[in-house]
Design a protein around this ligand. Structure first.
Ligand code: BG6
Length: 478
């Protein structure tokens, strides 16, 4: 009973939310570098600007300056007993424009040094190749993954990484939360830009664009998986899915079917990654809509690029009620979500559901029977620093404790094969959805806020000591 002996306890961040140094050592502009700051209090959403504009606030330009602080930060992770550290490589450090012929040596060297620093403490780097970080030039010039040439650019970048970090990185993932874009109807342009880095114009058929660019991403992912297996057979490469299970709001069969349809629409990506082909329901949908983006040869590529494990993030669950809007097709849109009255929510409205994590682990396990890694799970909150400099973040401990218990039950009682757990995020960083500093997830407090006040110094919160115990006891003591 319990977690495997080599269970990978750790934490996860992403390059663009932490590194800062956005234009240092030859780095190019990424999609994240043209996203402005938002604010949860005033309900100001992030905006995407055409290029970097004077006078705008771009929080990812500074991040938490992990680029210059990584030694200090990794030492703190080691103090907690981390066995793994998940982050991403900023594509634009390696290929600043995305379509460059040769990689940028200074960018490659940064990750060499950072991975060495992890290994010094016996910490396994778990690396995402693309975490909402496509080179802006590719979005601007090629309209991102709408253009098949971006598949080649991504594969070139991936191969460069596999060759350079062979032996240093054992766990890879291709595209972070590739399936987020499935909720295109309401989130539309914003999410298309984040995932497929496609810039949407007035009048565009965004549904068709989403499925097309997602298909090209899936091809790019499959080709990268194949290349990884060839270049470094000892490495494991997975997909990364944003998993938030969708429940029916009631036992009305139409709500139940609607929830099932929502799951199919949001998670068809997993089937493609794991089984190497589309589910028949999705092919039927494409046929019905007259989409013809699957070209001869594509199915062979997908079949040859099956992943070794499923990486996923889990923060919350959703519930849906059927409105009849889409008739017999049961197509699903974000507007079909309803509040789940059984659950409490964070200050950002994210519904807290630890049992849902066990449900999701079972959902994956029943279908795919692959090892899994929970590569993100955490609680964003407004933390208050006390006079003595500490933070009493018991709410974060409570959230994580309940979720770790749920995953332990999935291992002990449901037979789930779990490789590791890298919580999000061990250190305060810039929020992806809102661009805020004040939405904090960390065990480590970073002295910096939305108003750009603070000296970026790091300090330990109460949860730091709690998680240290969790790592030390392999999840026995929560
Ligand atoms: C995931 C992303 O969706 O959620 C992360 O992979 C992100 O990049 C995390 O930071 C938490 O979301 P947010 O918006 O609170 O930062």
């Amino acid at each position: 009973m319990g977690f495997r002996k080599d269970f990978l306890w750790g934490g996860a961040i992403a390059a663009h939310q932490a590194e800062g140094a956005w234009d240092v050592d030859g780095k190019g502009i990424s999609i994240a570098d043209v996203m402005t700051a938002g604010d949860n209090v005033t309900k100001t959403p992030r905006r995407i600007t055409r290029g970097v504009l004077e006078g705008e606030d771009y929080p990812n330009h500074l991040g938490i300056d992990f680029y210059h602080h990584y030694k200090e930060d990794i030492a703190l992770f080691a103090e907690m007993g981390f066995k793994a550290f998940r982050t991403s490589i900023a594509w634009t450090r390696i290929y600043p424009n995305g379509d460059d012929e040769t990689p940028n040596e200074a960018g490659l060297k940064f990750y060499d040094d950072m991975f060495d620093e992890c290994r010094k403490y016996g910490i396994e780097p778990v690396i995402t190749l693309s975490h909402f970080e496509m080179p802006y030039h590719l979005a601007d010039k090629y309209n991102g993954f709408m253009d098949r040439r971006c598949i080649d650019f991504f594969v070139r970048y991936a191969k460069t990484c596999f060759e350079r970090y062979k032996g240093k990185v054992k766990y890879w993932m291709t595209f972070n939360e590739i399936n987020n874009q499935a909720e295109f109807v309401k989130m539309g342009a914003h999410h298309l830009v984040q995932e497929g880095a496609v810039l949407v114009k007035e009048g565009d058929d965004i549904e068709k664009m989403m499925y097309t660019s997602a298909h090209h991403e899936l091809l790019a992912s499959a080709l990268a998986v194949k290349a990884c297996h060839e270049i470094d057979p000892a490495a494991k490469i997975g997909c990364m899915i944003g998993m938030n299970g969708v429940y029916p709001a009631t036992s009305n069969p139409e709500d139940v079917l609607n929830a099932q349809k929502a799951m199919q629409q949001k998670y068809y990506y997993v089937e493609v990654h794991v089984r190497g082909h589309y589910a028949s329901g999705m092919l039927k949908k494409f046929e019905r809509k007259g989409y013809d983006f699957i070209l001869p040869g594509d199915n062979e590529i997908l079949a040859e690029g099956k992943v070794d494990y499923i990486g996923f993030s889990y923060y919350m669950s959703f519930a849906t009620k059927y409105t009849g809007r889409f008739g017999d097709t049961f197509d699903f849109s974000e507007e079909d979500y309803v509040r789940n009255t059984y659950l409490k929510a964070s200050d950002w409205g994210w519904q807290i559901d630890p049992v849902g994590l066990r449900w999701c682990l079972n959902w994956f396990n029943d279908r795919f029977e692959l090892p899994m890694m929970i590569v993100e799970n955490g609680f964003g909150a407004y933390d208050k620093r006390l006079e003595d400099g500490t933070v009493d973040d018991q709410y974060r401990i409570d959230y994580l404790k309940a979720h770790i218990k749920a995953m332990r039950d999935a291992v002990n009682y449901d037979g789930v094969d779990l490789l590791g757990y890298t919580m999000w995020a061990p250190i305060d960083i810039v929020s992806a959805s809102t661009g805020e500093y004040d939405k904090r997830y960390g065990f480590i407090y970073v002295d910096y806020n939305n108003a750009h006040e603070g000296d970026m110094s790091r300090s330990r919160k109460k949860s730091f000591y709690w998680y240290k115990k969790v790592c030390e006891t392999n999840g026995e003591e929560l």
